[in-house]
Structure formats: C-alpha cells, structure tokens
Design a protein around this ligand. Structure first.
Ligand SMILES: CC(C)(COP(=O)(O)OP(=O)(O)OC[C@H]1O[C@@H](n2cnc3c(N)ncnc32)[C@H](O)[C@@H]1OP(=O)(O)O)[C@@H](O)C(=O)NCCC(=O)NCCS
Length: 172
C-alpha cells in the first residue's frame, strides 16, 4: 500500500530556549525503547510496555506524524518525547502526551517542551478548532503540576484502564 499523504503541518521542528523538538529519527529508537520500558517513566502509564509490543512500536515511531523527539540544544542528546495527536479519541480534539528520561526531570524541560507543543497544536495542527487536551492519571502529581503550569485547566474526571484519570484542556 502506498504511504498515506502527510498532513500540511508535518514534518515540523520546534525550538525553545533550551530544547529542540523534531520528528523521531531511527537513531532515537533506543531512547524511545528506554522510555517505554522504564518503570519510573511508566509508573502512571500502565507499567513498562511488554517486550513483544516493542518491535511494532519501534518500527512505527520513526517519522510518525506529531511524534517529536525532545533534544537538548546544547549537547544535543534525546531526553524524551512529546506526541501531539491531531484527531484524538477525546472528541477529535488535539491531545498532547509527553515523557522524559528520569535523569532530566526537575529542570523545567517538561513544561518547556509541552508549552511549545501546545502552541504548535493550537496554531498549526487544529487552527479551525483550537483546543488542546491532555489526560493523565489523577495520582500523577508531577504531570498535573506541569499541565497547570502551562495554563491548562482541569475539565473532566473519569476512569480508564482501571485508574482514575483527569483531563485538562486549553483553548488559547
Ligand atoms: C511529567 C514529566 C514530563 C515532568 O517532567 P519535568 O521536566 O520534571 O517537569 P517540569 O517541567 O514541570 O519541571 C519540574 C520541576 O522543575 C522545576 N524547574 C527547575 N528548573 C526550572 C526551569 N529552569 N524552568 C522551569 N522550571 C524549572 C520546576 O519548578 C518544577 O518544579 P515543581 O514540579 O516542584 O513545580 C516527567 O515527570 C515524566 O516524564 N513522567 C513520566 C511520564 C508521564 O507520566 N507523563 C504524563 C502522562 S502523558
């Protein structure tokens, strides 16, 4: 089957003071696997991804629409990833999700990357329907602080994957 046409907003690269967000490249796959299998990263994401699921994820992530590697601009090394889904199962709104390797937590990189991703989503991905959402486990205090710090507002509570979840939203 021929590949699906790329949407106009992709590929994209986003620059912040300290970070570069760009499409996932083949050389980044080892870090992506680390993110999927690290128990700390996966604590509120259903636990480490099963070994048998990894090959398909590794094949699918390279160049995937809306999937960014997050790099430090000074080094540059990959420290995590951010995903913007343009037509999520959350009533078709753009949805952002994010993960960083634990050694890079606590320096504000998460909020810097997510701020850039939200602006891009609002301006370029769904400009006709500018609303971005994010879902995180109710117990994921770090992630909730991050979302609140980037101007997202608590909009819903529900149970999914057997865990209480919270949905945050931002329109502008
Ligand atoms: C959620 C996650 C991305 C947060 O990453 P992070 O980089 O530590 O988050 P932040 O950007 O909010 O920074 C955290 C702290 O660094 C502090 N900080 C240090 N230097 C800073 C700077 N220069 N600028 C801004 N904040 C800075 C912040 O004040 C913040 O402290 P606080 O949480 O006490 O308010 C990370 O914990 C993670 O990858 N978790 C696992 C995956 C996950 O659960 N994802 C959520 C569901 S999609």
């Amino acid at each position: 089957m021929p590949p699906l046409p790329q949407p106009a907003f992709w590929p994209a690269s986003l620059h912040t003071d300290r970070l570069l967000l760009r499409p996932i490249e083949r050389a980044d796959v080892a870090v992506m696997s680390e993110l999927w299998t690290d128990p700390e990263v996966r604590r509120y994401l259903g636990g480490p991804v099963a070994a048998e699921e990894l090959p398909a994820r590794e094949r699918g992530c390279v160049g995937a629409v809306g999937a960014f590697s997050v790099l430090l601009r000074t080094e540059p090394v990959v420290i995590g990833s951010v995903l913007v889904e343009s037509d999520s199962r959350r009533a078709g709104r753009a949805e952002v999700s994010y993960q960083l390797l634990p050694e890079h937590w606590g320096r504000g990189y998460g909020r810097e990357a997510v701020t850039a991703a939200i602006s891009w989503a609002l301006d370029e991905v769904t400009p006709a329907r500018p609303e971005v959402v994010a879902v995180t486990q109710e117990a994921n205090a770090r992630s909730r602080r991050l979302l609140e710090s980037v101007g997202m507002t608590l909009a819903d509570h529900f149970v999914e994957w057997g865990e209480p979840q919270v949905l945050y939203a931002r329109k502008t």
